[in-house]
Design a protein around this ligand. Structure first.
Ligand code: 3HC
Length: 690
């Protein structure tokens, strides 16, 4: 087996190379290997300098995050950094790829740093609810000053090699392919060690440094990790290096134990697992150059813009001249906005072909239908697509609720049809659900997945069950919120509670925002409407109160669409419905609202797993975080379920079901996990399928 770290002797130079694909994460084995090689180099009288480098695509991209759930193993990365820095022989780090977190900390402990010109350097720990824990909070400000160090650590964003050079983080930028030669030359040239811990020149203007720290500290609502970063950077300025390191170690331990870090680390891995579709092992994606979009309303325009922005040629088909004019105005407006914000390339619109003729889609490699949610309209479109699209073109529908099978049959190309469900606004939201019917072929799925990746989105696989993952979760969430209204809550109370939970909007302001008429149309078309459903949204729609766009819904809106107080007419309607349907009242508190909605989501998620709609609990979490703005630091409802334990969730649901049996139906999988004292993360892994 290849050793994760090796030492090569090149004359008096020891080249120590990390080899731990894919990103050379600093796992226990790598740290042990580094320690052994460093000892060997230090003790060998024939070695006068050390070069630290890595094979493959990058210098270490950080500590191994998967080890953070287990007890720490020696040697600690911080101790290795100290060993490097206190070495009497010069150590040079040769950097390439994404030098992140612990990787950059290792480099900052070296005496000199050379980076290939395409290298990115950063301290992204804050995105995991952590702070640099191997001396980064003490060494970064010593190299680049308080301001830049805080910018890097609080944002977690990387900087380019050329900027790192200008700021003093590295000593030299090396052209492509000459990195190790350049770094070896520097190692031969530098006879002395230069220890970052001894650098104080960045702190000369102490008053300015303190003012910067005070300004950052005054920002309200900073999460734990950010507050600790500021404290530790202040320590770098005020206390001796070793004491700063102690403070950093304590702060890191505290952050690592926090719920927020557990949630963020779960999100990191769940996002990566979710994009691994089984079809990718069976087929390669087809080449996609031209994307067709049928229907450029709000959703279609956003999808067209996202595709243009990613460099695809896009053919948009709209109905009649008015349709084309409207589409052009919408796409043009998105383009202008993107340009103004510097988020869009100048050339994007030149690749747009806007037309009324479906025949223009004959050259498209993948077509996304985004017409109104009307089964007949969509069937007609798929019939036409079956006639005009070239063989093998992926035919996707942006629908989430409608049955795909009739559309696939209408096209006469069952294997090519699937759902590509974007979230509004499509050019901004990062989630794309790929709804895979049984008849879809692996290549169509792989191609849709490939498109989503090129668009910079996170694709999540679902079966083609109506509502896919996201809207089935949303339905359960809203139904439970509605139940709370019948049992005494006001919409504004529910919204406030869910905002303080961390959602960007509460369920009622969100419905007002997108328009109550959309769900109303869907309910009217339903064959078996839920007899327990709240009637209030229908009553509002019958009174032409559709939310923000009509000035009234759950709230009232001024002429600029700004939300005001609760709509008094809505409150009267709600009171009337409560009289008609007397249910036991609840003592409404924010905590009660949050808990009911959380366990409703978990229960729905359990149902989706058992039905096979979602393959993994983490996939559901990714959908909630990326599709609905579920607070990332909570990880997602299924992660929270495991933190609470399925046993406790089932206990609460059973309790709620005693008071309201018509609404609460514990999912069988949840009950089974509870009975066997298992967690969702063990589901599947333990062979506990249906
Ligand atoms: N630890 C463990 N695994 C990691 C990892 C890490 N730090 N970084 C990436 N991986 C894994 C991913 O899970 C993925 O595994 P998989 O193939 O089994 O799914 C694989 O490496 C490739 O990762 P990506 O799919 O993300 O590849 P990309 O090329 O898109 O991105 C990257 C590469 C920019 C390095 C990105 O993976 C990334 O941002 N990684 C996290 C970097 C980070 O947060 N570093 C700080 C860690 S905390 C730390 O260092 C603490 C220290 O201060 C003590």
């Amino acid at each position: 087996m290849t050793q994760p770290v090796r030492l090569e002797r090149h004359g008096a130079l020891a080249l120590i190379v990390v080899h731990n694909p894919p990103v050379n994460a600093l796992s226990a084995a790598v740290r042990q290997g580094l320690e052994a090689c460093l000892h060997e180099a230090m003790e060998d009288a024939d070695i006068s300098a050390v070069l630290l480098a890595a094979d493959g695509r990058t210098f270490p991209a950080g500590a191994d995050i998967s080890e953070f759930n287990s007890p720490p193993q020696a040697p600690a990365l911080g101790d290795l950094c100290n060993m490097i820095e206190t070495s009497e022989k010069p150590v040079v780090a040769a950097l390439h790829g994404t030098v992140l977190g612990g990787g950059l900390e290792l480099a900052m402990a070296a005496h000199y740093r050379v980076a290939e010109e395409t290298t990115l350097l950063g301290l992204p720990e804050v995105k995991l609810g952590l702070l640099p824990g191997a001396g980064g909070t003490q060494r970064t400000p010593r190299l680049v000053g308080i301001k830049v160090a805080l910018d890097m650590m609080l944002s977690g964003l990387p900087i380019k090699a050329v900027d790192a050079d200008r700021l003093g983080l590295i000593d030299k930028v090396s052209p492509l392919k000459t990195l190790r030669v350049d770094a070896a030359a520097l190692a031969a040239e530098m006879r002395d060690v230069r220890r970052t811990r001894d650098a104080r020149s960045q702190f000369e203007d102490g008053a300015a440094c303190m003012a910067d720290i005070a300004a950052r500290r005054s920002v309200p609502g900073r999460p734990l990790a950010s507050r600790k970063i500021i404290d530790c950077v202040e320590a770098a300025l005020l206390v001796p290096f070793e004491i700063g390191l102690d403070m950093e170690r304590d702060a890191f331990t505290e952050c690592l134990a926090s719920d927020a870090s557990a949630g963020l680390r779960h999100a990191f891995f769940a996002e990566r697992h979710a994009t691994k579709f089984p079809e990718l092992a069976q087929a390669k994606p087809q080449q996609v150059d031209t994307v067709g979009v049928v229907g450029a309303g709000l959703m279609g325009s956003g999808i067209a813009m996202a595709c243009l922005d990613a460099g695809f040629a896009v053919t948009v088909v709209e109905q009649g001249e008015a349709g084309v004019t409207g589409a052009l105005a919408r796409i043009g407006a998105l383009y202008e906005k993107g340009l103004a914000k510097g988020q869009m390339g100048e050339g994007a619109l030149t690749d747009l072909n806007l037309t009324t003729g479906m025949e223009a889609l004959g050259t498209a490699d993948l077509i996304i239908e985004c017409a109104s949610e009307d089964a007949q309209v969509k069937r007609d479109i798929f019939t036409r697509l079956g006639l005009v699209a070239k063989p093998g073109t992926v035919l996707a529908s942006n629908t989430s609720y409608l049955d795909l099978e009739p559309l696939a049959r209408a096209s006469g190309r069952m294997p090519d049809v699937l759902a590509l469900h974007f979230f509004a606004p499509a050019h901004r939201m990062s989630l794309v659900e790929i709804g895979v019917p049984d008849a879809a072929n692996a290549q169509a799925v792989a191609t849709a997945h490939g498109l989503a990746k090129v668009l910079g989105k996170t694709p999540v696989r679902s079966t083609a069950a109506p509502g896919l993952i996201g809207n089935q979760m949303l339905t359960a969430y809203r139904a439970t919120a509605d139940r709370l209204l019948l049992r005494g809550a006001q919409p504004a109370q529910v919204d406030a509670a869910m905002r303080s939970f961390g959602m960007p909007m509460g369920p009622y302001e969100a419905q007002d925002y997108s328009g109550l008429d959309i769900a109303w149309a869907r309910r009217k078309a339903m064959k078996n409407p839920d007899p327990e459903a709240l009637l209030l949204p229908d009553i509002l729609c019958e009174a032409e109160q559709f939310g923000r766009k009509s000035g009234k819904g759950y709230y009232v809106y001024n002429s600029e669409g700004k939300r005001g107080a609760a709509n008094p007419e809505m409150l009267t309607m709600l009171a009337g419905e409560r009289r008609m349907r007397p249910l036991a009242r609840l003592a409404i508190t924010p905590e009660l609202i949050q808990d009911h909605l959380l366990v409703a989501l978990i229960n729905a998620g359990a149902g989706l797993l058992e039905a096979g709609t979602a393959a993994r609990p983490g996939d559901i979490d990714v959908v909630m975080v990326h599709g609905f703005g579920y607070p990332r630091h909570k990880g997602g409802p299924m992660h929270q379920a495991d933190a609470l334990t399925p046993f406790e969730v089932a206990r609460r649901i059973n309790l709620y079901a005693q008071a309201d049996p018509a609404h609460w139906h514990p999912a069988p999988l949840l009950s089974r996990l509870a009975a066997e004292r298992m967690r969702f993360s063990q589901y599947g892994a333990a062979g506990m399928q249906k």
